[in-house]
Ligand binder design. Sequence first.
Ligand code: PLP
Length: 488
Amino acid sequence: MPDSTYPEPVSINEKAAPAYRTLLDIISSVEPRIAEATRAELHDQRHSLKLIASENYASLPVLATMGTWFSDKYAEGTIGHRFYAGCQNVDTVEAVAAEHACELFGADHAYVQPHSGIDANLTAYWSILAHHVEMPALAEFGSRTVNDLSQEDWDTLRHRFNDQRAIGMSLDAGGHLTHGFRPNISGKMFNQRSYGTDPTTGLLDYAKVRELALEFKPLIIVAGYSAYPRRVNFAKMREIADEIGAVLMVDMAHFAGLVAGKVFTGDEDPVPHAQVVTTTTHKSLRGPRGGMVLVTKEYADDVDRGCPMVLGGPLGHVMAAKAVALAEARTQTFRDYAQKVADNAKALAEGLMSRGVKLVTNGTDNHINLLDVTASFGLTGRQAESALLDSGIVTNRNSIPADPNGAWYTSGVRIGTPALTSRGFGAEEFDRVAALIVEALKATTPRTASSGKPGKAKYVMADGVADRVHAEADELVGNFPLYPGLEL
Ligand code: PLP
């Protein structure tokens, strides 16, 4: 069995194995189905090619830290200023996590309570509004609940907040729902417009962002993405924000690991340039599921009011795990890992393009590859995602710019390298991954659904291909065991 260089040596996993076995037995004595599902999840994660760009494998120290009695403690408020007694140990946990976050990212202030990326963004929006806008009294919406408010009601509400505006990257260019789109509260709180990418190159067009900013004069410019395969120049984005007196908020949820690992530095590091930076802790950063907000000192008091303003009580056990993950991210080992994530994404891009696959922007310089499967294979994203899953390859469908198939079926498949890089994959393995993807998708043909609508995830694969690719994928991951030595 190869010794894992990351996340932890095999010896740690071996030591942890009896403890995990005992814990699973204890869980089983109360609800055996949960113990079984937990074992099954480990089995499934061990035996699939996990290419979902937002997923990773946290280390056992991070996972173990989440299973403690900090889960039982209420601690609304902030360090040293809680609405509950007896929070001295949660104070320690939150302070250590915030200290690591500030040192790792060079931030003035870190708020480590958000339970997720969406919560981090909501906290950030509220903090910016609280800092910049006087809130007049809200009333006059009768007995209706907020869910019943019509778009006109929201428009009225927004006007009470002086019609605050925000701009963010459009969804089909790779932005996230929380960057001002209707299914998320940000699309209701703000009068929102979006900026896209250049239709020819697929790259972010800073001149167009500036044009929109000058015309629309938003309070907030949101930068960051979920599916854009390139780096962003945050110095340029800050220049645009400064020109109109806007706040630059960067959502680095996807690439926080590349910032922490010093792959993105200078103009590509958002922290020196943005007043507010939000992130998740579980994607490329490899921590527990959760969020964080990093701010300049002017916003520190506002962001610290996140709970109970917009967040539920802090999860002490998860903040503790964030502290452990951030301590890991401060090591040279993590820096090497982050560099490999980016190198592997390039190797994967080359492997795909050399086999005739069209990639949005013709390549990558972060951790994401966005395949145009309609142009490359005549499939919708949904068909390709399903065919790949049948072949043991886990990806997700994604819109591409100006997507002809819409946001549900899509024309794209998004692929990321953070998880398999954690297992030890290098350029050679990612070239094999590219070959397997192409083999599976070349053998897939669309079938029109009886309704006559194209796409409905209906497809046929040539006989035996899914099984053959699945077997090869299994062999490939088998060479890089997940948590080696952790035998349950
Ligand atoms: N921000 C970005 C850029 C994301 O990609 C995501 C999730 O995919 C989120 C925020 C939301 O994170 P969470 O699922 O933790 O709420």
